[in-house]
Design a protein around this ligand. Sequence first.
Ligand SMILES: [Zn+2]
Length: 290
Amino acid sequence: MAIDNLKVLSTIKAAAYDSLGHPEHAGRVLRSLEHLKKHLPPQVFEEPTPAPMEKIRAVHDLSVIEAVQSEKFIDLDTPGGLEVYPASLLASGAAIQAAAEALKGALAFSLMRPPGHHATPHRSMGFCYFNSMAVAVEDLIRQGKAKRIAILDLDCHHGNGTEAFCLGRPEYLYVSLHQFPAYPGTGRTSIENCINYPLMPGTQEKDYFPVMEMAMQKIRDFKPDLIGVSMGFDTYEKDPLTEFGLKKQDYFRMGQMLRDFHVPMFTLLEGGYHDDLPFLIEDFLKGWTT
Ligand SMILES: [Zn+2]
């Protein structure tokens, strides 16, 4: 791996909460971090710090923040519980740091949980409490550090939360490839500055990558000064929650395709629920950085 440029924002504190039997479990980040530490030199890793409250508030209603803070049950997918709130602040903090690193020329990957792309400005849902991608990009827009930001969502599910955040705001372009029909039921068509590519269950790499090329062209046409990638690994053929057919080596290719953008870019872990996750992330990072 040509890692001169790579930064991995992560901490074992992301594993501080868990609920029994939940597919979005602590081991996802713990095992992935352990695995990457065997393959990457220590200077690549950076401990994230919690996002300041006003940066979460810039994206989410106070009621959303209070619900997460109270650690009360939100819904079956998003049960709340002990330590969810500090972990959510850390995940958003890592996203903010990853975006800032990208603007300084690094390839920054946030290996944190909870994921964020289903959390709308008004509601936590779908394993997601705060929308870390939205928090990170809104921070840069408000500070004037970026004028046009594209978000590419490669998770197998539609990022309804990120779409709701971006919709109608010309400084953002949201582009998503996802399984449809699937949770959360949104993303069937494009709307304004949110471009959706719904793909059938069973989609394999031969049908996936040409669509990803199209999606990337939309982003090039937008001429962003920063790209945030919501990187879900639940497009994997063995993922227990979804029905796509991407193989391990396809994540290397995905990384390579993203590398060829030559625009500052950061990536955040969203979904990915199979035990092979550490290996998929490793392949992705190899493709992205070599
Ligand atoms: Zn997903």
